[in-house]
Write a protein that binds this ligand. Sequence first.
Ligand SMILES: NC(=O)c1ccc[n+]([C@@H]2O[C@H](COP(=O)([O-])OP(=O)(O)OC[C@H]3O[C@@H](n4cnc5c(N)ncnc54)[C@H](OP(=O)(O)O)[C@@H]3O)[C@@H](O)[C@H]2O)c1
Length: 334
Amino acid sequence: MNRKPHVAVVGATGAVGIEMVKTLEKRNFPVGKLTLLASARLAGKKLRFRGEEITVQELTRNSFGGVEIALFSAGSSISKEFAPIAAKAGCVVIDNSSAFRMDDKVPLVIPEINAADVKLHQGIIANPNCTTAVALMALYPLHQAFFVKRIFASSYQAVSGTGAKAIEELRRQIQQLVNGHETTHEVYPHQIAFNVLPHVDSFLPSGYTKEEMKMENEGRKIMHHPTFRASVTCVRVPVYRAHSIAVNAEFDKPVTVEAAHKVLGKAPGLQVIDEPAKNKYPQPLYQAEQYDCAVGRLRRDCAFENGLAFWVSGDQLLKGAALNAVQIAEELLR
Ligand SMILES: NC(=O)c1ccc[n+]([C@@H]2O[C@H](COP(=O)([O-])OP(=O)(O)OC[C@H]3O[C@@H](n4cnc5c(N)ncnc54)[C@H](OP(=O)(O)O)[C@@H]3O)[C@@H](O)[C@H]2O)c1
């Protein structure tokens, strides 16, 4: 791989794409040339990168000539159609959608956990689901020390997890309510302002949603832990940015809060904020725009042996998407 690769961002105008461009710049990724791609709707728009204005181009089958790394965040159907075209044109695709995550030929990577899997790629590398990524940043170090058997978890997911239109929907509904008007909704099936929806992604015949099953399926693949079990309820909350997850984990080995603190205090990409007597615990408001995730509210789970309860928050646009993708690109250059 060229040390100063030509990078393309597909979906550059979206909630994740904008963060990808910012993250490439902030982390001084050695971009030789940057190509920004989106739909015809926003082609022509200009985005700033390292003090220069770059014009967004329409994504076509011919967009990938000379591109060496393509960061995709334009949804599953676009990834399914264009990622194989990009890979065939010779670039390595890092895909944010769910299109290839469970494909055996595609590594699914969180660099703090399974960076070595990057080397196994055959042209496409997948970025994990955002809620899974944030939860695993705290769960994986505990798994290494105490061997996790299963978790029960509930998520508190920000609207930016649904993309730019959902951020706008929450803003608009708050304005409508403040002005005494009826709310309108297009993105979510109900009002999200001042409400919570126990509904993220589509429902499966089992009654779980697709999002809820990603924690178990993607968790098994990323942690190389084929018997890991996860029963999850995913909830959308009226928070703009950063997801939180309340986790109850059962381990094989005995676990204490002190030992867990020690392990988590050394974990990369993770801060421990756990002083409940001083009202200190992770909050999405303060995790927004942070690279690190944060864990707190650690306690012995009173409902099972070798159990630990904790709360983890992290910016899903960064660790759950853009940052993780750029970290994978950094691994490619290593
Ligand atoms: N949001 C998150 O926290 C998050 C986290 C992890 C993974 N992801 C995944 O990342 C992907 C993007 O999510 P997002 O939240 O950034 O969504 P978004 O804000 O709706 O942005 C979608 C992007 O895709 C582009 N796009 C749509 N249709 C296109 C087409 N036909 N051709 C080319 N570009 C097209 C849009 O371009 P226009 O502006 O021109 O329409 C926009 O740049 C999704 O697969 C999502 O599941 C999101």
